[in-house]
Write a protein that binds this ligand. Sequence first.
Ligand code: ADP
Ligand code: ADP
Length: 231
Amino acid sequence: MAVMELKEVWKIYDVGEVKVEALRGVSFGVEDGEYAIIIGPSGSGKSTLLQILGCLDKPTKGQIFIENVEVSKMKDRELAGVRNKKIGFVFQSFNLLPKLSALENVELPLIYAGVSPKKRREIAKEQLELVGLGDRINHRPTQLSGGQQQRVAIARALANDPAFLLADEPTGNLDTKSGEEILQIFRKLNDMGKTLVVVTHDMRMLDEGSKTIKLLDGKIQSIEVNTVGNT
Ligand code: ADP
Ligand code: ADP
């Protein structure tokens, strides 16, 4: 099943008299269980594409489907629903709440989803164990390394069992070793069948995924399916 599909997506920004074509007819799909890496130089349209894939913005033209439901014509409120139920976000800057423990941070999306206290504690623990932080659940973000904080953020993103994880430069604020930790977690999650979409300019991630989509000047320059390693 296609988790996500873009058909001829255009994004045109109006800047006074000038029109900036940030995306110019982008089409691709991500299948269930795929690990897609979207890579491209600065200015190629990655952030714009990320906003659209994350249902944070709508295309000027073209269509987007998430699990075969067209989201490109949805009203903002409906779009927020899709965002909360279907997408697990991972950001460069972790975005954890500093006063809450790792466990409480992971529980947050479950609170919003109305999951009972007992059940959400159970799920949050499970997710933290999955990312190798079973022994750190009561630590606050400041008591954790950058790599560990990002792992909490990944556990939080997984808590609602989203259709896919959408990561924005997940290794961008990390040193090489912590970055490698995150890549290992992503590999493991993908091996378990999770669908991952990572937007990055980190060339180290080039061969990580099962599919690499290269953006240039708002267009897809190439899509390479990686048959070695991840499948
Ligand atoms: P990347 O993330 O790859 O650097 P962006 O999506 O940020 O690419 O930018 C693609 C193009 O769109 C650039 O020319 C950028 O200046 C322009 N752009 C991005 N966001 C806006 C905006 N809000 N208003 C006007 N132009 C924008
Ligand atoms: P950076 O790492 O470049 O500081 P982020 O990766 O945190 O930025 O955010 C990337 C984009 O996602 C931004 O455009 C921002 O508006 C949006 N964003 C950041 N945090 C959230 C959030 N918690 N919920 C929804 N959108 C967010």
